[in-house]
Design a protein around this ligand. Sequence first.
Ligand SMILES: CC(C)(COP(=O)(O)OP(=O)(O)OC[C@H]1O[C@@H](n2cnc3c(N)ncnc32)[C@H](O)[C@@H]1OP(=O)(O)O)[C@@H](O)C(=O)NCCC(=O)NCCS
Length: 150
Amino acid sequence: MPIRHPLLVDLPAVYAVEQAVFGSHVYPDFFFRQAFDLWRGLFLVADSGAGELDGYIVGAMSEEAGVLWIVSLAVRERCRGQGVGRALSIALIAAMRARGAEAVKLTVDPGNSGAVALYSRLGFEVVGEEAAYFGEGEARLVMRLALAGR
Ligand SMILES: CC(C)(COP(=O)(O)OP(=O)(O)OC[C@H]1O[C@@H](n2cnc3c(N)ncnc32)[C@H](O)[C@@H]1OP(=O)(O)O)[C@@H](O)C(=O)NCCC(=O)NCCS
């Protein structure tokens, strides 16, 4: 699975993945331009050369020393179950490790069993849960992967 950093010209294709995967509950298109400028080294796409991207992942720094975050991950439905999400996550975690990260955090909907399974298989552990993380009815688990010693 070819994983690479996006080019500026890829951003509409990244947004197309976002819309296909998340419907109306999406980051706006300009978020991806900001992510490109702010965190390009932590922004990866899965490009099988099929003319549209298979998926993307965005990471970011945080205020907590040594802790980086996975901000968003999406894989097109037709590409799921083939290791794309895992490959994107592993590549991003490797980039984070190369920057000296000691831990990676993310939030995930507790009802999103596929994503929770993916992160658990990668070694993430649940370290918290907020019932209204993104507002009423928007619970999120906080998951953390310790990198030190791995
Ligand atoms: C979650 C998501 C990124 C997984 O992508 P994917 O390419 O299908 O995942 P992979 O094929 O790489 O699977 C990786 C691991 O997770 C597990 N997994 C993935 N989806 C699963 C599901 N629906 N049910 C159970 N396990 C699942 C696989 O068994 C696999 O384990 P393995 O590596 O031990 O074989 C994808 O389903 C998606 O984009 N979902 C919608 C958006 C989303 O939920 N994003 C994450 C928000 S936090």
